[in-house]
Design a protein around this ligand. Structure first.
Ligand code: FES
Length: 165
């Protein structure tokens, strides 16, 4: 990975400092780090002379941007219309409460990142949750929690292996 300020320099240069290209710049930044580090967003705001609040508003508006490093697992909950009507908000609320995580965030132990997205294209199976690319249909708050609780971290797996050895 390049030096921290070098990254912003390179990205800004790539778009010739055009503030209208803020979103592609942020996408490039995310590509570099896997998420948008707060410190880098501050650099970007200073370099482009745009208010940091504008950059933060974009970062929180688009679900494709992440403000925290990725977790070991990716949990995506569909909040599209059909899933929404079939109880997705309750599932989201339950997951957020149980694991102290917000949509777009990562649990403090980095076990998983949670995304709330629009239709994942499987409306007939609503409500749908996708974990590491695997689709789970007809989930409810209880089954969603069970699925997530079944996720193990590579750290635990190592400890278990050591215990078995
Ligand atoms: S609305 Fe959830 S899969 Fe379409």
């Amino acid at each position: 990975m390049k030096g921290k300020s070098k990254v912003i320099e390179t990205i800004v240069k790539r778009y010739e400092g055009d503030t209208g290209m803020l979103i592609p710049m942020m996408q490039d930044l995310q590509e570099e780090y896997g998420y948008l580090p707060a410190e880098q967003l501050r650099h970007l705001a200073i370099k482009l002379d745009v208010p940091l609040t504008r950059i933060c508003a974009i970062a929180t508006f688009y679900t494709s941007f992440r403000l925290a490093p990725k977790g070991e697992h990716e949990v995506t909950l569909c909040m599209g219309t059909v899933c929404y009507l079939k109880g997705a908000p309750q599932i989201l609320e339950t997951i957020c409460e149980e694991f102290q995580v917000e949509a777009g965030g990562t649990t403090s132990d980095r076990l998983f990142s949670l995304q709330a997205v629009n239709c994942v294209g499987a409306c007939a199976l609503a409500p749908v949750m996708v974990v590491d690319g695997k689709y789970y249909d007809g989930v409810d708050p209880k089954s969603a929690l069970e699925i997530i609780q079944g996720l193990s971290s590579s750290k635990e797996a190592t400890v278990e292996k050591e215990a078995q050895a």
